[in-house]
Ligand binder design. Structure first.
Ligand code: NAP
Length: 286
């Protein structure tokens, strides 16, 4: 559909934004549903965030994705938050209610889609990393009733996240451990989740858990990194015969939830998934 006078404008703000796949996913969704919208990448330097949000209001942008480094800073520039955004302490999708701009977090639903693919039956998880995405992952684990331990190179951050989100479950396993000790916990878990950027393009020859030998045979490995689709961590897990879930599942699911909030229509998930696969398959660097 050609943009016209009634076309609604959507976009993603972040900095830098070189590798964002969001325009491919959302424009595919608009095309599949006939929604008269255009989605563009809008790089916004940190010092210009307030100006950019004033522009979002003035231009009546209909929906906005928010990525690194603005997910927390944008909170103070909005008129309200959903319970998900409040619980996550971060916003990755802004939507409009009349003149009000509201912040939501779709990473929680995004990770729930990974759990649904494989992992819902897990009895103990180990979360690698304690950043923004880890918080959404831990919230989803808590909602699923899966006790978890957080391992991060900043042990204080791991402990803060674990305490804030009630990790540890029955208390038989520590809620947070130092990064260098994560190997000691592998025999006791059945779900390993990478939420760090380790293994992400272009530094693809790295894994956050180089030796998976100690994981039990039925363990499941999740990597929320989606570029490349098969990270070194997932390749090692598959080589061991373990079940794996790729970060693309989370990317597509979080985008689908944003689409639904913006438009009120069910998201065309299959078309969004196909757009993701085409964008990553076309990219020789993946
Ligand atoms: P973030 O807030 O910067 O958090 C990154 C975490 O990883 C921090 O705990 C950081 O530790 C840790 N970390 C980074 N490099 C490390 C290293 N070399 N060794 C050990 N720990 C390291 O980033 P984020 O927003 O959570 O995103 C993390 C990753 O998830 C990115 O690759 C992002 O693309 C991906 N992601 C994917 C989806 C999806 O839909 N699939 C959604 C969101 C994010 P420090 O705090 O010590 O720096």
């Amino acid at each position: 559909m050609m943009p016209g006078a009634g076309t609604r404008l959507y976009g993603v703000i972040g900095f830098p934004l070189g590798h964002t796949l969001s325009p491919a996913l959302h424009n595919a969704a608009f095309a599949a549903t006939g929604h008269d919208g255009v989605y563009v990448a809008l790089p916004v330097a940190p010092a210009r965030l307030a100006d950019a949000m004033a522009g979002v209001r003035a231009l009546r942008i209909a929906g906005l994705s928010v990525t690194v480094p603005h997910k927390v800073a944008v909170v103070d520039l909005l008129d309200g938050l959903t319970p998900e955004a409040r619980a996550a302490g971060a916003v990755n999708a802004v939507y409009r209610e009349g003149e009000r701009l509201l912040g939501h977090n779709t990473d929680i639903a995004g990770y729930q889609a990974m759990l649904a693919e494989a992992g819902q039956e897990a009895r103990r998880a180990l979360v690698l990393g304690a950043g923004g995405a880890a918080r959404a992952v831990c919230l989803a684990l808590r909602r699923a009733g899966i006790p978890f331990t957080v391992a991060a190179r900043d042990t204080a951050k791991a402990a803060d996240l674990a305490r804030a989100l009630g990790a540890g479950g029955d208390g038989s396993v520590r809620a947070a451990i130092a990064w260098e000790d994560l190997g000691t916990l592998l025999p006791a878990i059945d779900l390993l989740i990478n939420t760090t950027p380790i293994g992400m393009h272009p530094a693809v020859a790295a894994s956050p858990a180089p030796d998976l030998a100690a994981l039990p045979a039925g363990a499941i490995v999740h990597d929320i990194v989606y570029r490349p689709r098969e990270t070194l961590l997932l390749a090692a897990a598959r080589a061991r015969g373990l079940r794996t879930v790729e970060g693309g599942t989370m990317l597509v699911a979080q985008a689908a939830e944003a689409f639904e909030r913006w438009t009120g229509f069910p998201a065309p998930v299959a078309e969004m998934r196909a757009a993701f696969e085409q964008a990553t398959g076309d990219d020789q660097s993946c």
